[in-house]
Design a protein around this ligand. Structure first.
Ligand SMILES: Cc1ncc(COP(=O)(O)O)c(C=O)c1O
Length: 433
């Protein structure tokens, strides 16, 4: 049996309909270097989705690989429960240097979902240990925070989340700040959703422990962008109601929007910030929750107080992941990668200007490098067909329904970026005539 046959025989893939998978011509990726992935026949593809929004400098970065190798020889793994190690301490210090003002403690997790899950529990427990009864969360339609049950509870993507509703914790959901009514501006939408939040807070604000948002871009909801004013409004509502502002920067954080964190565009600082994805440069899983002292302090007490955060994972703060993160963050500082990401974003904007006028395109939404090309449906899987055309032309991009998501590695050079934009433009025009 070849690899594809063996895959079909044994493997169950994430977010994949397996009755379609065999006929969808599965692609076996064999290796990766720079901005390209190579299949088992040696054919190269530009990594237009940065391997699901994680690759920063490209693949096979010598500095990151060498850091992992050196760390493996010194300390491969040791639990972070009741012990500590230098790579973990240093990553925490480095994250706090780039974090929005006021965040002062780092709690590590593995994937974005596991960090979101930790933050959700932290917000509730902090309130409870301050003596407040706040069992509710306020969140937005079209939000996505991962696939664990707490994260799903705060999600709002019907297709992904509706099935699990009977299992979920109680929340209050408002409309998406990124889905506009006909004729409405983004600023008007922001004000409308803030008004919905305000009404809920008037009724039960003292029972809400956190307002949870993806800042500036609801990514998995379809790259739905909103006005920064929305985040300033959420900050104000948190201040007046005593709820924590919990921002999920798993997709937006570590440079994707052209700033270290998306909240910087709005000039606000949250009480809890979740990050993941790009922090290791896209090489190993590491995520974290950053918290303010006001959130951390209610967890302090003597052993009998049971105020401990009884939460953690076997591989929390794995030293190899931490070494990769340190090497990545150092390279990002050295190379000015966040400023480069802003330039990449501008170039995407100008490179797609013509495509935005094309009849087959409903809208192009973008903040920094995070780009969604919403195409007009011409069949059951239009977004998928565009991505399939791009694959034939030598680029990997992924659809979210009829939104083709383009999110190249932050450090991509102009020649590769222009080639990628050309492939995506041609693919849309070919499929959506
Ligand atoms: C905003 C946001 N939060 C959480 C997650 C979940 O992260 P992970 O897939 O690493 O669990 C994602 C994943 O795309 C995300 O975009």
């Amino acid at each position: 049996m070849n690899l594809v046959e063996r895959d079909i025989a044994s493997v169950w893939h994430p977010f994949t309909q397996h009755s379609l998978w065999p006929a969808d011509d599965p692609l076996v990726i064999d290796r990766a270097e720079g901005m390209r992935l190579y299949d088992s026949d040696g054919r190269g593809y530009l990594d237009g989705c940065s391997s699901l929004w994680v690759t920063v400098h490209g693949h096979a970065v010598p500095e990151i690989n060498e850091a992992i190798r050196a760390q493996a020889q010194r300390l491969d793994h040791s639990t972070f429960l009741g012990l500590t190690h230098e790579p973990g301490i240093r990553v925490a210090e480095e994250l706090l240097k780039i974090a929005p003002a006021g965040l002062s403690k780092v709690f590590f997790a593995g994937d974005g979902s596991s960090a979101a899950e930790a933050a959700i529990k932290i917000a509730y427990q902090a309130a409870s240990q301050r003596g407040e009864d706040r069992p509710l969360y306020l969140h937005c339609a079209e939000g996505y925070h991962g696939d664990t049950l707490g994260a799903v509870s705060l999600g709002g993507v019907e297709l992904f989340h509706a099935t699990y509703r009977p299992l979920l914790i109680e929340t209050r959901m408002v409309s998406s700040p990124g889905v506009l009514q006909p004729g409405e501006t983004r600023a008007e939408r922001a004000r409308a959703v803030l008004a919905e939040m305000r009404a809920l807070i008037e009724r039960e604000g003292d029972r809400i422990c956190a307002i949870v948002v993806e800042p500036l871009v609801q990514a998995a909801g379809g790259i739905l962008t909103h006005d920064p004013e929305f985040l300033r409004g959420v900050r104000e509502l948190c201040d007046t109601s005593g709820a924590a502002m919990l921002v999920d920067e798993v997709a937006t954080g570590i440079g994707a929007t052209g700033r270290w964190f998306a909240v910087e565009h709005a000039g606000v600082s949250p009480d809890l910030l979740v990050l993941g994805k790009r922090v290791t440069g896209g090489v190993l899983p590491l995520s974290a929750v950053l918290a303010r002292d006001s959130v951390y302090e209610p967890f302090l007490g003597d052993a009998a107080s049971a105020r401990t955060f009884f939460h953690g994972h076997t591989y929390t703060a794995n030293p190899l992941c931490c070494a990769a993160a340190l090497a990545n963050l150092e390279l990002m500082h050295e190379r000015g990668t966040v400023a480069r990401a802003a330039e990449v974003g501008d170039r995407i904007g100008s490179g797609l200007r013509e495509l935005a006028q094309f009849d087959g395109v409903a809208e192009i939404r973008r903040v920094g490098t995070m780009t969604g090309i919403e195409v007009r449906s011409v069949g059951e899987r239009t977004g998928f067909e565009v991505c399939r055309a791009a694959r034939r032309k030598g680029a990997i991009v992924r659809p979210l329904g009829d939104v083709v998501v383009l999110m190249p590695p932050l450090g991509i050079g102009n020649a590769d970026l222009d080639e990628l934009l050309g492939i995506v433009t041609e693919s849309v025009q070919e499929v959506v005539r």
